[in-house]
Ligand binder design. Structure first.
Ligand code: URA
Ligand code: SF4
Length: 245
């Protein structure tokens, strides 16, 4: 990187610090937040696929809303299937709905979700260009981690979402999502910071191996910003480099 590149990077970092600390974005003359998303307005480019995807997702949503395949069905208020662009730049995958999500039926709308929203502009994205889903579609009691049998019961829905949406990139938020999607027991520290490929079992036979990046869960970062903000920013830069391709 040349001098100018370094200066730009530091400015961006400095700015991201603001975002991550306060959720407030002040205008910054040197950081142009161009949208990476040639895809969203480009619905013109994919007109046939998108209504099809809408119908397939609507089917999935109605199946999920009636699902009793695991014990989490018993305590939910409402299912949280996921939502977002039908032609997403990035599919973000979290762990499972929390209280606010369980109340509204929408993913990442509580504190973690609001924080996640602040991660997107620095990498040239807005939420509308992404799809946001979870490993389990029903809230675990007291926000406990979902158990392996619950994740296993719900995984076919996530696999279908990936197959329907064909996201350009998948970003796993936190250990549970990373281990679930990458079919591994490796730690988050081992998994983050590099580009993975979607494992065969989650790919469509005709599908490409979608790149997968992994970072900390926004809730974890909210609890320990001092330690986790920097690695998250590094992971977001990796994501941005993939978007630029
Ligand atoms: N945490 C998650 O993992 N998912 C949500 O939807 C909200 C909080
Ligand atoms: Fe069905 Fe998934 Fe909800 Fe379990 S968590 S009841 S598998 S939708």
């Amino acid at each position: 990187m040349n001098d100018e590149g370094y200066r730009a990077a530091w400015k961006a970092l400095d700015l991201l610090e603001d975002w991550l600390t306060t959720g407030y974005s002040r205008p910054h003359p040197d950081l142009v937040l161009e949208k990476t998303g040639s895809r969203e307005p480009a619905a013109a480019g994919a007109p046939a696929a998108v209504p099809d995807r809408a119908a397939q997702l609507a089917d999935l949503t109605s199946e999920v809303s009636a699902c009793v395949k695991c014990g989490l069905a018993a305590n939910r208020n409402t299912t949280v299937p996921g939502e977002g662009s039908l032609d997403p730049e990035v599919l973000f995958i979290g762990e499972g709905p929390g209280a606010e999500e369980d109340r509204t039926g929408r993913p990442f709308v509580g504190a973690a979700g609001k924080y996640l929203d602040t991660w997107l502009p620095p990498i040239g994205l807005v939420r509308e260009q992404c799809f946001i889903a979870n490993c389990v579609k029903c809230r675990p009691p007291q926000n406990r981690e979902p158990h392996p049998d619950e994740i296993g019961a719900c995984l076919p829905y996530l696999a279908r979402q990936i197959a329907i949406l064909k996201p350009r990139i998948i970003c796993c938020l936190g250990r549970i999502a990373a281990q679930t999607v990458l079919r591994t027991t490796a730690s988050l520290g081992e998994l983050r910071g590099r580009i993975h490929r979607l494992p065969l079992e989650l790919q469509q036979p005709d599908g490409e191996a979608i790149p997968v990046v992994v970072t900390y869960h926004p809730s974890a970062v909210l609890r320990d910003k001092a330690t986790l903000r920097k690695p998250v920013w590094d992971d977001l830069k990796l994501l941005k480099s993939l978007l630029a391709k």
